[in-house]
Design a protein around this ligand. Structure first.
Ligand code: IMP
Ligand code: MG
Length: 183
């Protein structure tokens, strides 16, 4: 990746840093009101969650633990379409926890549907899902997050944790990716 093609990949900013900060602050207050002093376990889905989770964790005031899972989804093509692999699982028993899963985006919904299905089997006290972004037009399975901070159209986005070929995760904003720069 050259500096030139890297920069050309960023087509336009669709959600800026101030907008992200404001929504996360609101989400933190909402979570505080939902759990009312009860301890929570924030479960981030790597890698896309890393920036969102870091900011969300700082926006809540209830007692909060943090844990991570890693998931990978495959679509069509050579791989079996729609299957989701859990590459890294939680270490702890979650049966005594109010769990909130934090994910970067719901696209087809397959990743979150699978993660929720698995975590429910482990009997948490409660389970909710918060996502930074929601792309409802792309949904392939029936799944809705409890909280999504921004609904976006069907464009590929990068930044604030989201990548294209592992690049752009470190951008502090969400940008539409310029697909013409691929190949
Ligand atoms: P889903 O299983 O189709 O809902 O998609 C889950 C994963 O696909 C997300 O966690 C992201 O890693 C990735 N993804 C979906 N849409 C985008 C996008 O627009 N930009 C970057 N990654 C995306
Ligand atoms: Mg990704």
């Amino acid at each position: 990746m050259t500096q030139d093609s890297y920069v050309k990949g960023i087509k336009r900013i669709i959600i800026n840093e101030d907008e992200i900060r404001m929504k996360i602050s609101e989400a933190g207050k909402y979570i505080d009101s939902l759990y009312d002093g009860k301890p929570i376990l924030l479960v981030g889905i790597l890698k896309g969650c890393f920036m969102f989770l870091a900011d969300l964790a700082r926006a809540v005031s209830v007692p909060c633990e943090v844990a991570f899972m890693a998931a990978q989804s495959y679509y069509g093509g050579t791989d079996s379409s729609g299957s989701v692999d859990i590459n890294m699982d939680l270490k702890q028993d979650i049966s005594g926890y109010h769990v909130i899963i934090a994910e970067d985006i719901i696209d087809t919904g397959r990743t979150l549907a699978e993660i929720v299905r698995r975590l429910k089997e482990r009997d948490p006290l409660s389970l909710r899902v918060i996502t930074l972004l929601d792309k409802p037009e792309r949904r392939a399975v029936d799944f809705k997050a409890d909280i999504s901070l921004f609904t976006i159209e069907d464009v590929f986005v990068v930044g604030y944790g989201l990548d294209c070929g592992e690049y752009y995760r470190n951008l502090p904003y969400i940008a539409e990716f310029n697909t013409e720069t691929i190949n």
